[in-house]
Design a protein around this ligand. Structure first.
Ligand SMILES: Cc1ncc(COP(=O)(O)O)c(C=O)c1O
Length: 355
């Protein structure tokens, strides 16, 4: 048996306070992965070809960001100075916290939401002010506007929200941005390709807006880790100061360029997911399982007390869904990633057998 030696080095208080470390789920390959909102058919074949063309020299060199930043900026219709690349949206969120959150700063969020907002805020020593989505999964707009009067340093907001699927109207976002000039409002648009709703052009209008996007979801590149941050040049210049020198690897740059060149692949996939989502929502409703409207590539359903047994049964058949009961304080809430119609039919068949 290997005995680990004891360390006497003091650990940062904020790290000590974090919950126990839980390794991300492993062993998902080969299964129908409807648990992490990934692209369920994989990235564009053009991306694979571009990666195969990489040379040994490419891999030996440190990454160079200028050309890809210019190419992506053109695709997103922003100036290169308004874009920073990050190692996935997660890394983008960490960079925001590293740049803006001081020990004791207030960070506002509405839960349930993407868990990494709280994680990076707490890691930075923030005081987290958490509002709640209501039982119909509506964003608590009035409470948020009120909380913003106290000028929290950052507001993290996923639009559409994960796991509720809620999409906040543009007018509500405008009120939030206009009402909080001293709060950095982070609008995480990880699921933009499915919702088609964006405030990205507003980075020229609001100096307190940061938009986050990712290549992990619709583009099918979660394994390569590429996220994008967008804001006014002034905000981006500040964040660049806190950035690691090489946060994104060369393969991710090559893949991203190929992915935006083949934007049709993503559009077609999003269209397929939208049809599939309707079919799944319809099937769940017919089975009398409550399901919430969603603007993302996932649906939140309430399977009640039978959820744990159902999830186990599905897993035995190689189908993975995400149990979100801990977000709601009771068993039942399950988030289901929507894939192709064929994949959804497989899921519906299994659900009918197990329900
Ligand atoms: C709202 C939201 N933001 C960010 C992420 C993380 O994206 P990435 O893989 O780019 O780190 C996720 C992933 O589930 C998400 O749901």
């Amino acid at each position: 048996m290997i005995r680990s030696v004891k360390s006497e080095v003091p650990v940062r208080l904020t790290v000590k306070r974090l919950g126990e470390y839980h390794a991300p789920i492993e062993g998902r390959a080969g299964k129908l992965r409807l648990d992490f909102n990934e692209n369920t058919i994989g990235c564009s074949p053009a991306v694979r070809r571009a990666l195969a063309r990489m040379t040994r020299e490419n891999l030996a060199m440190y990454p160079e960001y200028e050309a890809t930043t210019r190419r992506l900026a053109r695709f997103f219709r922003v100036r290169p100075a308004e874009l920073v690349l990050a190692n996935g949206a997660d890394d983008a969120l960490r960079l925001i916290a590293d740049t803006y959150v001081e020990k004791g700063s207030a960070v506002l969020l509405a839960e349930p939401t993407f868990t990494m907002y709280r994680f990076y805020a707490e890691l930075a020593g923030a005081r987290v002010v958490a509002l709640r989505y209501d039982d119909s999964m509506r964003f608590p707009l009035d409470q948020a506007l009120q909380a913003l009067r106290r000028r929290p340093r950052v507001l993290f907001l996923a639009n559409p929200n994960n796991p509720t699927g809620t999409l906040l109207a543009l007018e509500s976002l405008r009120r939030i941005l206009a009402g909080a000039p001293q709060t950095l409002v982070v609008v995480d648009e990880a699921y933009y390709e499915f919702s088609r709703a964006t405030v990205l052009p507003w980075i020229r209008r609001f100096g307190n807006l940061v938009v986050v996007r990712t290549f992990s979801k619709a583009a099918g590149l979660a394994g390569l880790r590429l996220g994008c941050l967008f804001a006014s040049q002034e905000v981006m210049d500040v964040m660049r100061r806190a950035c690691s020198p090489f946060p994104v690897n060369t393969a991710a740059l090559v893949a991203a360029e190929a992915a935006v060149r083949d934007a049709r692949f993503v559009r077609n996939y999003a269209r397929e997911v939208s049809r599939s989502k309707q079919a799944l929502a319809g099937a769940l409703e017919r089975m009398k399982i409550p399901v919430f409207p969603s603007a993302g590539n996932f649906l939140l359903a309430d399977f009640g007390v039978r959820a744990p047994r159902l999830l186990m049964g599905l897993e035995r058949q190689g189908i993975l869904l995400r149990d979100r009961s801990s977000d709601f304080g009771r068993a039942g809430y399950v988030r289901i990633t929507v894939g192709t119609r064929a994949q959804t039919q497989r899921l519906i068949g299994a659900l009918k057998r197990l329900w």
